[in-house]
Design a protein around this ligand. Structure first.
Ligand SMILES: [Zn+2]
Length: 282
């Protein structure tokens, strides 16, 4: 086949919160299993593996949580195995080839294989639950109880960046990337070019409500992905499916709003594509 160039012809699409949550749910059958052994096929992903990575061997998996786009595998003995999928990371239950970098064998004979062609993934080990440098400065979870339209409005106050860029800022809210930021703003009827400081309280409320709606729908649909099925769940099947987007990646296609008649536009903001309808979004 065409190799990587082919897989990424539509540009790199990073997994966002719904995709990572789908992966987390796909990993839940591992809870209760005891790790027999670990094999690393290289010394690093984005960063070197921790020197004590092999200390996961012999431990039971007690739970699997998520914070932002980090998967947190809770191990016996108050140890947490932190995983970030980067751009192309995925978990499966059998080896796939040269991009397999982490292979875990369980006492029950099953396996967990981490595959990552681009190697932007991150793995680390730490004691405790959330006391890791990558987790310390993260903003609120969009689906958590400590975030709402009022909090969003407060965090946008006085900010001169576009609302699109603000939604990608992980200090404001975590887990929203390029795809869902476009979708949320389309559904909220708000232009991605509007300055964050000019987002009113009712607008913040609409963005908040549409964030919940868009993320929950995507999680229910099993997340969204490239059409080549780049991500796989632990059963080796597609973990989530190409998702129908209203605006994302639909440049020059008809706006889906009934009676609009406009075309979806693509602009570049902070080096990244934004898709929107200038008739529906003000
Ligand atoms: Zn429209």
């Amino acid at each position: 086949m065409g190799g990587q160039a082919c897989s990424f012809s539509r540009g790199v699409v990073m997994p966002e919160l719904p995709e990572v949550e789908t992966v987390r749910r796909g990993l839940l059958p591992l809870v209760g299993k005891r790790i027999l052994s670990l094999e690393l096929t290289r010394p690093n992903l984005r960063f070197p593996f921790p020197l004590d990575m092999d200390s996961i061997s012999g431990r039971k998996i007690e739970g699997i949580d998520r914070r932002a786009k980090y998967i947190l595998i809770r191990l016996e003995g108050n140890l947490t195995w932190l995983c970030h999928l980067g751009m192309t990371g995925r978990f499966g239950n059998k080896p796939e080839g040269k991009h397999d970098h982490v292979l875990v064998d369980f006492f029950d004979g099953t396996r967990l294989v981490y595959t990552d062609p681009r190697r932007f993934g991150i793995m680390d080990l730490f004691e405790g639950r959330y006391n890791h440098k990558l987790l310390n400065n993260l903003g609120p979870e969009p689906l958590g109880s400590d975030w709402n339209g009022g909090h969003l409005h407060d965090s946008l106050r006085g900010r001169n960046v576009s609302i699109k860029s603000a939604l990608l800022d992980q200090h404001i809210v975590v887990g929203i990337g390029n795809i869902y930021a476009s979708e949320i703003l389309f559904r909220a009827g708000i232009s991605p070019k509007r300055k964050a400081k000019n987002i009113s309280k009712p607008m913040s409320e609409r963005i908040y409500q549409q964030t919940l709606e868009v993320l929950k729908t995507a999680i229910e649909a099993g997340g969204s992905t490239l059409s080549d099925g780049q991500f796989k769940n632990v059963d080796g099947d597609l973990g989530y499916f190409p998702h129908e987007f209203a605006v994302y990646d639909r440049e020059n296609e008809n706006c889906v709003s009934f009676g609009c008649g406009g075309l979806v536009k693509r602009i570049v903001q902070s080096g990244r594509s934004t898709f929107y309808c200038s008739k529906c979004q003000k």
